[in-house]
Design a protein around this ligand. Sequence first.
Ligand code: ATP
Ligand code: MG
Length: 342
Amino acid sequence: MANTPEAIISAKNISVTFPFKGKDITAVRNVSVDIYRGEIFGIVGTSGAGKSTLLRSINLLQRPTEGQIEINGEDITMSKGESLRKLRNNIGMIFQQFSLIHTKNVYQNVAFAMKAAGKSKRETEQRVPEVLELVGLSDRALSYPSKLSGGEKQRVGIARALANNPYILLCDEPTSALDLENTNAILKLLKEINERLGITTVIISHEMNVIKKICHRVAVMFAGKIIESDNVFNVFTAPQQEFTKSLVSHTFDLDVPERLLQNKDVRTLKVIYSGEKAEEAVLSDTIRSFGIQLNILQGKIEYIADRPFGILIIQLDGQPDKVQNAENYLKERTYQVEAIHG
Ligand SMILES: Nc1ncnc2c1ncn2[C@@H]1O[C@H](COP(=O)(O)OP(=O)(O)OP(=O)(O)O)[C@@H](O)[C@H]1O
Ligand SMILES: [Mg+2]
């Protein structure tokens, strides 16, 4: 079929069980997911959901108890020794706590990853300055980790992960130890790297805001399972599962004072529309066409995967049949309309 995205990573019925105090803990339960070549794929979920365990099974840092991992269509689940080492050179990884070697400077930290991969001295001397430039750290090559900010440490982590020219980058909570400013800078860098090098990126986060900023598609994990997976825009605008709905609603910060929602004589709606200017005409048309009153309680425009998306909380007041017709009209003209109850 034309235009079918190609899966570069394919997890098939993955389960991971750990023996723990005489019992088994199942961290990942029968998860199947395809990650497409060149995309940024997010995995979101609360602590303990099994995100890291799933991510680590992609490069076999964690061997699945059941199921298969395919990379480029090849089943790698049983790979060992030299073939596993080669595979890992193609899959870079970065971590929440950076995992740098404190006794080595920035240059040496990156060079070490190349040495471990069996690269020659000449290759290393050429490549390390290239990746340091890519992450904006050319002038810090001789600094030691203790002298770097959190954001800079993660840049070293990224440079090290890219040193061996991988085509997959796995990121386990890459910004969770960073402040907001550094978080945004690192996300921007990961996005640039994805666009510039076309590197397939898998990023775990417990924060929907991270996912919203850079991912193309996202899987939501809950208690070891993927409960929902779609492109980021759909998951944000029309989450299917209750857990996803609560994750998403936290990010929008659309609280309306409770007393406003208590007014049972009016219809309170959350209206979602796509596009920056679309709403004004729709609202004035609604007022004009149906002879009702319309109050805006809250409104904002969000950007999800670079796509503008507006959210309005409105109240409709008037004769019940007119209000109902107005609501139907809004449903036709906007992306989504949902009733809100106090
Ligand atoms: N090596 C291990 N031995 C025993 N249990 C483990 C091991 N690794 C993970 N677990 C358990 O598996 C479950 C999933 O852990 P995992 O680290 O994958 O979750 P997570 O979604 O990454 O959480 P967090 O957001 O806290 O990092 C947890 O209950 C955890 O305690
Ligand atoms: Mg984790």
